[in-house]
Design a protein around this ligand. Structure first.
Ligand code: UT7
Length: 353
């Protein structure tokens, strides 16, 4: 069996910078609140009509393809992780295929809906196909257009100050180099609290999960079949993401260290062997907490949430690309990536570079 290596990386960040101060014109918030609770200083948001999550992904993918020394036609499988796709359906995988101009090859395109863990989920899936030799050049991307779907007002401030737009991509290939490549991956989920971080609408639940019929924006006494978006949802802003921040925080600081420890234990390493941990950029305070629990030095932890906010499925490939650009990933280094998010879903991987 082969091992899987990351042969190319790329990222795309929209040009428009939105500082914490800029957000004060839309909502009651402050630079101090955002910095103290999240570490975020600024994020990038798309201008409307400029790009989408699939077009940003194509830009990141082109760089990853170039770095891997292949052509777009050589990609034989696309895996796309996002929670902010262009359409309800079809998924972003086929959109990306079209943007890259590789529809004639008729390769498969798979869409992953695991939010902040989407990239790690995609990595585990891709790893299985590379190891068995089924595919040779898998393009895995994470991309998000969050700013197009958040409540940018005081009502939505608990969420909208956190998230940014962007895309990251990798090309995965087989390697026969001794000891190198993806050593282990672990992915997990627990749906018992699925709604704790969610965007239920638009959706086809039709009020099924709501204790009170009206809560989700439906009138369940009506036999009208249409449930996707109702007037009530629009009028009462029920179409935006929802998060119980503190509960998510508490679970995140438990699951991140747990899944990193598991990754190291199964690959036979210790935290002191790790050159760089690249966590999903959820909140700088979460990463600092994880660093403390695992007793990692500052130089073993990569953070860039200060500049980009939380870019969900895009955050790890963006961070990996930036770490490489900054010379922080060297040949032979031991990397750990880890993610946690909505679902809950979480996961990790150990990679010998
Ligand atoms: O990536 C996926 C996983 N997501 C996460 O891991 C996020 C985890 N959660 C968090 O990072 C934190 O819970 C937040 C940063 C989202 C919130 O921080 P917090 O310390 O848990 O604040 P809180 O939600 O308990 O809110 C404290 C106060 C509230 O006001 P009152 O009720 O005490 O008067 C909020 O209304 O802060 C208020 N608040 C804000 N104030 C200014 C909430 N958002 C803002 C804001 N600006 N943007």
């Amino acid at each position: 069996m082969y091992k899987t290596k990351i042969a190319g990386v790329g990222k795309f960040i929209p040009e428009k910078v939105v500082t914490n101060k800029d957000l004060e014109q839309y909502m009651e918030t402050s630079d101090q609140w955002i910095r103290e609770r999240t570490g975020i200083e600024e994020r990038h948001w798309l201008k409307r009509g400029e790009d989408t999550s699939s077009t940003m992904a194509a830009k990141a993918a082109k760089d990853a393809i170039k770095m891997a020394g292949i052509e777009p036609e050589d990609v034989d499988f696309i895996i796309f992780a996002t929670l902010s796709p262009d359409y309800f359906f079809p998924g972003n995988g086929v959109m990306l295929q079209r943007h890259l101009g590789i529809t004639k090859t008729e390769i498969p395109a798979l869409d992953i809906r695991n939010q902040c863990s989407g990239f790690v989920y995609g990595l585990e899936v891709a790893d299985q196909f590379i190891k068995t030799g089924k595919y040779k050049n898998i393009l895995l991307v994470g991309a998000e257009y969050h700013s197009g779907g958040m409540d940018i007002s005081t009502r939505g401030r608990g969420i909208s100050v956190l998230f940014g737009d962007g895309a990251g991509a990798v090309i995965l290939q087989a390697t026969e180099e001794e000891g190198k490549g993806i050593l282990v991956t672990h992915i997990h989920s627990d749906g018992s609290q699925a709604e704790i971080l969610s965007a239920k609408n638009p959706g086809m639940h039709g009020g099924y999960y709501d204790e009170e019929a009206s809560e989700g924006g439906y009138d369940t006494n009506s036999d009208h079949p249409f449930v996707l978006v109702t007037e009530k949802m629009l009028n009462e802003s029920l179409i935006y993401p929802f998060m119980e921040g503190q509960a998510v925080f508490k679970t995140a600081v438990k699951k991140f260290p747990e899944v990193i420890r598991k990754a190291l234990a199964t690959s036979g390493y210790d935290t002191k062997d790790v050159n760089l941990v690249i966590p999903h950029q959820a909140n700088l305070r979460i990463s600092q907490f994880v660093q403390k629990i695992l007793r990692l030095r500052d130089d073993q932890m990569f953070n860039n949430i200060q500049k980009y906010g939380n870019t969900t499925a895009a955050s790890i490939p963006i961070a990996l690309t930036e770490a490489i650009e900054q010379g922080k990933v060297k040949d032979g280094d031991l990397l750990v990536i880890a993610a946690f998010g909505s679902g809950f879903t979480w996961g990790s991987a150990v990679i010998r570079w």
